[in-house]
Design a binder for this molecule. Structure first.
Ligand code: AMP
Ligand code: GLY
Length: 430
């Protein structure tokens, strides 16, 4: 079958890499893609939010299935657009419609959903510009640190963890009265701070059946030992050693099942991935957030561990037949290290020429922010530039492979964290 992947990051290159291995894929397209996807698929120069151009490309190229990578087109209703078009409505799409994507697109909606369906999460209240004074008064009643979250999509920057009351009040004021994140902060959640260790669980659902994919932990801060500014993600590890069968059992019973039952009860037919961001608080799972898509760079460790044919898995999802398919997972450990451009996550340069060697044994190279320039060279084209995944029987060995490969990629100003997965080794001693 002909397949289109929407997006241009490491996540989408990973999907393309996995799908290209399937004999069930005839022609593979990525829109807009990057220099990595160009090696294994046809890149289409179309933005992920240009639904009309996407629809036309689907018709022209006889595409039968679309997999949506990032959240924005989902929240803006790309699935709804397809469903409303006579010629496009029969196309299989992996991704929720706009009503389902509210799990990520509105933190106020998702928090209300968690409360309604008794899904464990931090206590929270929502305030608007009109209730700013009440919000400031509410802050006074809370203990520190305290979490403030913009309701809408804010490119991963909408969460502020305030350590002092003064900072919390300033942040609330900036978000509500000064529209710091534009419309996204017209509502702000003030949420209880949860102290624990984070991990993510990924659910693939066809609306009734589900599969729990391998869990992962990502590393959000730019600096070694989780210091410095937040980023889109500097690395990822799967499996997560502290997520034992008992903990994952709690996640399935207390979070996954009630989430899917809640979606059905709300009349939302959710087809696609649910990324559940969790805090492990003394062995108990609490939901920090939902995303309506796979994570990046989590995909770069989760998909390489899935042995099941990816086209069969995606098709079964779109067709409501996930119960007919067996998910097989490779027990090996996978670690992804993200190399970023100098300056990231603040202003960074693009257009540096790259030298990328062949991937070594048990290593995979996924492009993120790269492009093929007019002179044919591969150049940097984003903050997160390239991801090197290492796979091995042990986490430490996967770590070494991932790091060794990251070292061999050449571009001016390259930076990567050399401690991805290091903090998890202690769970394996004993
Ligand atoms: P998000 O944008 O929702 O992924 O949040 C960004 C980060 O903020 C999360 O990955 C957590 O590290 C942190 N965070 C969010 N909510 C909480 C919370 N209630 N308690 C502690 N940390 C949180
Ligand atoms: N790595 C975090 C995310 O994809 O949202």
């Amino acid at each position: 079958m002909n397949i289109l992947i929407l997006g241009s990051g490491g996540r989408e290159h990973t999907f393309a890499w996995k799908i290209a291995q399937s004999k069930n894929c005839t022609n593979l397209f990525v829109a807009p893609g990057n220099a990595g996807t160009a090696q294994i698929a046809t890149n289409l120069p179309i933005g992920v939010n240009d639904f009309e151009a996407i629809g036309n490309a689907v018709k022209e190229n006889k595409i039968e299935m679309v997999i949506v990578g990032p959240e924005e087109p989902l929240v803006r209703g790309v699935v709804d657009y397809f469903r409303k078009d006579k010629a496009l409505k029969k196309i299989k799409i992996v991704g929720p419609d706009a009503s389902g994507a509210r799990l990520e697109g509105s933190k106020d909606f998702s928090k209300g959903f968690m409360q309604k369906y008794n899904i464990p999460a931090g206590a929270s209240q929502t305030f608007t510009k009109d209730t700013l004074q009440e919000g400031l008064a509410y802050l006074e009643t809370q203990s520190l640190p305290i979490v403030l979250k913009a309701d809408g999509l804010a490119a991963g920057k909408g969460v502020i963890i305030a350590e002092s009351m003064a900072d919390a009040k300033t942040a609330l004021h900036e978000m509500l009265a000064e529209a710091k994140f534009g419309d996204a902060s017209s509502k702000v959640l003030i949420e209880q701070y949860l102290s624990g260790i984070e991990l993510s669980v990924f659910v693939l659902t066809d609306g009734k059946n589900y599969k729990i994919l391998p869990e992962a932990k990502d590393y959000k801060r730019i600096g070694v030992n989780d210091k410095g500014l937040n980023t889109g993600g500097m690395g990822a590890v799967s499996p997560v050693p502290f997520a034992d069968a008992e903990f994952l059992g709690k996640v399935e019973e207390r979070v996954v099942k009630p989430t899917l039952e809640g979606l059905q009860a709300e009349g939302i037919k959710y087809v696609g991935f649910i990324f559940v961001g969790l805090m492990n608080v003394d062995g108990e799972p609490y939901v920090i957030e939902y995303n309506a898509r796979m994570g990046d760079p989590e995909t770069e460790v989760v998909l390489p561990r899935i042995k099941t044919d990816m086209v069969k898995l995606m098709k079964a999802t779109a067709d409501g037949k996930l119960d007919k398919i067996k998910l097989t997972v490779n027990p090996k450990a996978a670690i992804a290290t993200v190399s970023v451009a100098k300056g990231y996550p603040e202003d960074y340069r693009k257009g540096d020429v790259m030298t990328i060697p062949e991937a070594e044994k048990d290593t995979i190279i996924f492009h993120a922010g790269t492009k093929i320039a007019t002179d044919g060279s591969v150049q940097t084209n984003g903050g997160r530039v390239i991801v090197t995944t290492g796979m091995a029987r042990t986490l430490n060995s996967a770590r070494k492979k991932s790091q060794a490969m990251a070292k061999k990629i050449i571009f001016d100003g390259k930076y990567f964290r050399n401690d991805i997965g290091k903090d998890l080794l202690k769970y394996l001693e004993s």
